[in-house]
Structure formats: C-alpha cells, structure tokens
Design a protein around this ligand. Structure first.
Ligand code: URA
Length: 227
C-alpha cells in the first residue's frame, strides 16, 4: 500500500475535505488530485525502446510497452477522479462498474459493467475514492478479475482502516494507492473525518429533499454503495 504524502496532494486533500468548499471547487480539486495518485500507481508501467530521430541525433528512447492502461471508476464517485487522470494518461481505456447493495441480502449487486477488450493484457486500475467498509471496492476488484484482469491496482483518495483491512484480506495481490487513511468509520459508514459523500459533493446532489427517510439499520451503508 502506498500513502501518497506529496505536499501538493495533502494540501489539496485538506481543501477537498472542507465543508465550505463549493461544488465547482470540489470538482476542480478532484481533477487535480487524480493525476497525482495515478502518477504513483503507474510507476511500474513497462517500457520498451524505440529508435527516434531528434533534430540533432538518432537515439533509442523509451516508450510505453504493451496494451493500454485501463481505468475502472466505480460509479458514481469514481468518475470524479477519472477526468483528471485522463488528462494525464489520454490513451487510457475506461471501463465502468456500477454496484448497489441488495437490501435483503446486503450483497453488492452489479447493475452496470462494461470493459474494454483484452483486459487480461492491460494494467487495470480500479478507482473508488472512498474506501469505507471496502465492500464495493472488493466486489469491483473481484469482478474485474472475473472478467480476465490479471494485473490490478486500486486507487482511492481516502480510506478507513476497516476498508483497507477488508480489501487487503480479500485481494492480497492488489496494491492500494491513497492519500490518507483516516481515523475510523462512523455508525453511518462515513469515513471520519473524511469529506462527506464524495458523489454528492462532486455532482451537487446533496439536497434536503434527498433525505426524506430516517436512516434505519443498514440504510446509510446501502446508500453509500449507491453513490
Ligand atoms: N462514501 C462516501 O462518499 N463517503 C464516505 O465517507 C464513505 C463512503
């Protein structure tokens, strides 16, 4: 696991956390931190040598080898980080995965899954900004592996210790990249101190009208998975 402690990302993360940060600032900051996390997670991408001609000389120079990277945002909050990542890695392919938790069984249920071809030959990076219980991230990792992915990493922004433990337990082979492991989960499965609901803050969907039901046991955790 890599906690990316670069001062630029730590500064931006503090701004992202602040409740007073507006939707547009939140979006912009998510765009800015995405590439910093991706930079760390792609350090080991394979290179090959290509013979090129500069205006001055001919030289063997490194270029990326193999099939293009595939980013897999977990809907919907994962989309917030992917925008900026694509500015940094414009040739990356993007798969999408949508999961919700079945209210009866509490199992993660897939409602959307679309991946590029030849997943087994691509470096695959699942992007789930908030690693809270870790159940949705673990389910997404299982699913991309079932679809053939062999070389899989996970990028988050924030995690609770519980989420890290769950993913490490279920997917020992998956390296996790994140900017902070926070203190804990609260009773509503929010990361503390966290940043609130990442999907709502990115998409501007937090309205009083969205909170018509008093949360019962498990309701908040189910809603987290629908973000
Ligand atoms: N998902 C979020 O968006 N925020 C949390 O704190 C936990 C899960």
């Amino acid at each position: 696991m890599t906690v990316v402690d670069h001062p630029l990302i730590q500064h931006k993360l503090t701004l992202i956390r602040e409740a007073s940060t507006s939707t547009s600032q939140f979006r912009q900051l998510m765009r800015e931190v995405g590439p910093i996390l991706l930079y760390e997670a792609t350090r080991d991408l394979p290179l090959t040598q290509r013979r090129i001609r500069t205006p001055v000389a001919t030289v063997q120079a490194p270029v990326l080898a193999g099939k293009k990277l595939c980013l897999v945002p977990v809907l919907r909050a994962g989309l917030g980080l992917v925008d900026g990542m694509l500015a940094f890695a414009p040739n990356a392919r993007v798969g999408h995965i949508g999961l919700y938790r079945d209210p009866q069984t509490l199992e993660a249920v897939e409602y959307y899954f679309k991946m590029p071809a030849a997943l087994e030959r691509r470096p695959v990076i699942v992007v789930d900004p908030m690693l809270a219980t870790g159940h949705s991230a673990a389910a997404a990792l299982t699913r991309v592996k079932q679809a053939g992915a062999r070389n899989v990493k996970l990028i988050c922004l924030l995690a609770a210790p519980e989420g890290v433990a769950h993913v490490r337990n279920e997917h020992r082979d998956v390296d996790i990249y994140l900017a902070s492991i926070d203190e804990k989960l609260n009773g509503h499965a929010y990361i503390v101190p966290g940043l609130g609901d990442a999907g709502d803050r990115f998409f501007g969907t937090k309205k009083a009208g969205n909170r018509t039901r008093k949360p019962g046991k498990g309701t908040a955790a189910r809603n987290r998975l629908r973000r």
